[in-house]
Write a protein that binds this ligand. Sequence first.
Ligand SMILES: *Cc1c(COP(=O)(O)O)cnc(C)c1O
Length: 220
Amino acid sequence: MSTPADLLADIRHRIAAAAKLARRKADAVTLVAVSKTHPAEAIEPLIHAGQRVFGENRVQEAQDKWPALIERHPSIELHLVGQLQSNKAEDAVRLFDCIHSLDRPSLVKALAKAMDKADRRVPCFVQVNIGEEDQKGGCPIDDLPALLEQAGDAGLPVIGLMCVPPLEVEPAPYFALMAKMAADNGLTGLSMGMSGDFETAVTLGATHVRVGSALFGARE
Ligand SMILES: *Cc1c(COP(=O)(O)O)cnc(C)c1O
């Protein structure tokens, strides 16, 4: 059986190989270990193996799990990768070091207010509904320029774009479109690629890959 350290080394190796293929530096890619649904006991071994950046998709779950872990390991960086309700913006700003799911004007307002109140600037990715799927979160492609302008006016530190492409179809065209949209808008960050497609995402310019099940095993 593979240990958590083996799995981590394997993912890091695959990121490096994909980066090399695209003539990119491996250290230009941040691995966000998505630990949602997994308890602290499953997370600790990865911390001991050197992983420092983790992702959660629910504010409440992260509040239950992470403060104790962060106290023991202060160099941890915690990212929110899931949808954020405006009424949780204050909690999110206090706990997370990066938010990947800014996707609507009301959340721009709530996050700007929360960051002012906490006197803490949390970098954000704007999530784009790249497959134009009804059930998915993310800003519609056509609304992106306006949302970026609103975020800029509100003083939010937007560092890039994030997406979750449609399931069961080749993701590369979506990743390529994301890279073009980020460049067109003067953004350098690209949060894209999950367990099944992070290598493709890295070859197409991902700066942050969000990997859960390939590191922690399948979720219940
Ligand atoms: C769960 C989740 C991931 C990780 O998915 P895996 O397929 O388990 O790697 C990445 N991004 C988001 C937004 C998620 O909710």
